[in-house]
Design a protein around this ligand. Sequence first.
Ligand code: ANZ
Length: 851
Amino acid sequence: MPGYNPKDIEPKWQKYWLDHNSFRTSDPGDADFDPAKPKIYILDMFPYPSGDGLHVGHPVGYNATDIMARYKRMKGFNVLHPMGWDSFGLPAEQFAIKTGQQPAVTTRRNIDRFRGQMQRLGFSYDWDREIATSDPSYYKWTQWIFRKLFEKDLAYIAEVPVWWCEELGTVLANEEVDSEGKSEVGGHPCVRRNTRQWVLRITAYADRLLDDLKSLDWPPGIIKMQEDWIGRSDGADVDFKIASGAAKGETLRVFTTRPDTLFGATYMVLAPEHPLVMKLCTQAQKETVSRYVDSSSRKSERDRMVDTKEKSGAFTGSYASNPVSGEEIPIWIADYVLAGYGTGAIMAVPVHDHRDFDFAKAMGLPMRTVVKAKGKDAPDAKRVEIAGESFVCMCEEGHAVNSGFLDGMETPKAKERMIQFLEEKGLGKRVVRYKLRDWTFSRQRYWGEPFPVLIDKDGKPSLVDEADLPVTLPQMESFKSSGSFEAPLARARAWVETPKGNRETNIMPQWAGSCWYFLRFLDPKNLERPWAKAKADYWMPVDLYIGGAEHAVLHLLYARFWFKIFYDLGLVSQKEPFQRLFNQGMIIGTAYKTQNGSVVKTEEVRWVSGKATHPESGEALVVTQAKMSKSLGNVVNPDQVVDEFGADSLRLYEMFMGPLDQGKLWDTSGINGVFRFLKRAYHLILEEDRPAIHMGPADKALERALHSCLKQVGQDIENLRFNTAISAMMIFLNEAGEKKLTQLQAETFVLILAPFAPHLAEELWSRLGHPQSLAWEAWPRVDESLLKADTVEVVVQVNGKLRARLQLPAGLEGAEAERLALADPKVKEQLEGRTPKKVIVVKDKIVNVVF
Ligand code: ANZ
């Protein structure tokens, strides 16, 4: 049966690409490597191979990188475009537990499924470079890197709180638990306890992680999130002496970003967990303070930070003296001050800090205005009247008042002056602080990289010799965590006990493998080193990195951190791993629920006069649009779409739905449109399955339409605007109408189509008489001369005033333009028969007439 049938075309070309290893990329040093070409490294955030397989949301990013990779090969680049698997981690472990199997077995199977699905979509990965983070041949090098971190004193052991989740039966890290103490996976309640953990000293790199963001081509929103996560604050530590009450003579250190407001500090606050709390508290206040400390230990950090919350606190009974005014100010404890930030204590300046303002107002504490705003007070500013004096909360900068030697100074200058004063008098010093905390780098679970570490009887760690790597994960019958917070590996006694000492039984977090996988892709089979430096020198940095915005902070931060360590170790020559970052939008699915909330799968919904109803009861369903998830029954499997319409249609549809960075609602019926487009493209080139070629000279209008399409598509790909690129191809098809293309035009169109619908393009290319894949054909050159407009607008000025606009043939000679301008009725009217003194012609733009 002649006609466009993806089932006949797609498997054939997928096999061809694999058999010919069409997308193998050679490296510097390989015989077939061409150093004259420019390089581009195009990377996807590699997936963790879940048990559910791909859903249609995954390929959005993979489609985008594939189009870019195919295009850049045609543009004459050396293109590195690899794929692998982030195969350690909690989801894989949970899947194995749920299905009663070994994670090593389920993971392999899931990987095979993912790879198969990707190959069915025709992605042009260099499969020779495939890696999986859970392979010993890979994690050997993750352990090797850990050895380096330990040697550099960037890894240490500390007591850190972790969470236990009864429901999941596992220990969770902070980032796996939400602000309400529920697990990110499944939303189950968790309890917290301090345990011994490995911690990485990421804070040592805080400044560089912040500064180097400037050099990156990333979405501004992501840069901002990284900046906020690192959270640099410039300020000062200030020492206050305890003047009366308990602990007289002790020093209380605070951190402030506004040392210029020191004269306005009218009380102090300690976090309830501050070590001095009990010491500072007078006999009379002991009970109140203890009760408060106890009640706040039950609140989450997020709750304590929320501004609108009722402020609560307790007075300790003691007073400190303000180091600049000498005034005695009361010391309180309150949970709006956090133990883990700064010094865990603050000087409170109610008029210039919202939280202090609310607290002082609630507790009836004194206030003093020490900064005057530049303009008027904000109309919505908080106000309060105390003993006949009115105070307006003002947190902006301005100039100092009521502040002795600072009076009149603008805020930045006043800050500097105060820091100088404090340093001179030994009352404080300049400091920079970060929100960023060191990174808890161990998990009490099974499915992860073992640490290359032995622990002696006193708990002291030592490294396993490099020659003994990898330390492989032992097979265990049961690898569930236990409620005792003990790592499952501790139960593998035969593995733990070695002649040289006992093994560390914690494992690394899933982030470990994804911190450096982009480097292993450069040299995946190297047995001597994690990668050869020369390869990193050539391929790094990643030129385009596409993935989900959910990795905006942690993955990118951790990977950048390790990369900077590699730089310091001389393993790479660049400072940043990912030059250009792009986040693809999420695909949203439609979900159907009954009134009482039970889910009805999309394929089971019955449509009655345009309304979704229950297949049995006929009840009208509640329709919502939400992130695709199994529990909502709104996941669309790409395999189904490929079965019905083919991979090229799926690829095209996902790119045509809208701009790459925006969220899009999946609508299977929308695929019909792109399927029809591909069918028309097929029939434009083939008639009864034979090339339908126009033999005479090229149709001028068609030629121009083709080159305008070519130009647009090239520009759009560079800018990741794939939806408009596809529209441009559709417009061309419309303009072509019933006309036939010449051989050259047909080839040009097929090459334009190739990055988007590679199977169909390969098929057409071969039918046009080419025995080899088009993957490495040159991208056609735009003939700019065709795109120049035939006519241009030329304005005519008479004595400097615009008098006429003429449509003239483009490129008209000066004398001819002058003749036509002077013949124009409006110009004639101005001249009233006079001969102009001078006529100046700017070709294709202006005729200037002076008389
Ligand atoms: C006095 C002051 C006056 C402040 C003023 C602000 C405005 P960032 O920018 O987030 O670093 N602070 C210090 N340690 C704290 C803690 N452990 N818990 C809660 N708040 C704490 O904020 C630094 C400011 O937050 C510090 O500057 C301190 O309040 C408060 F007009 O000191 B400030």
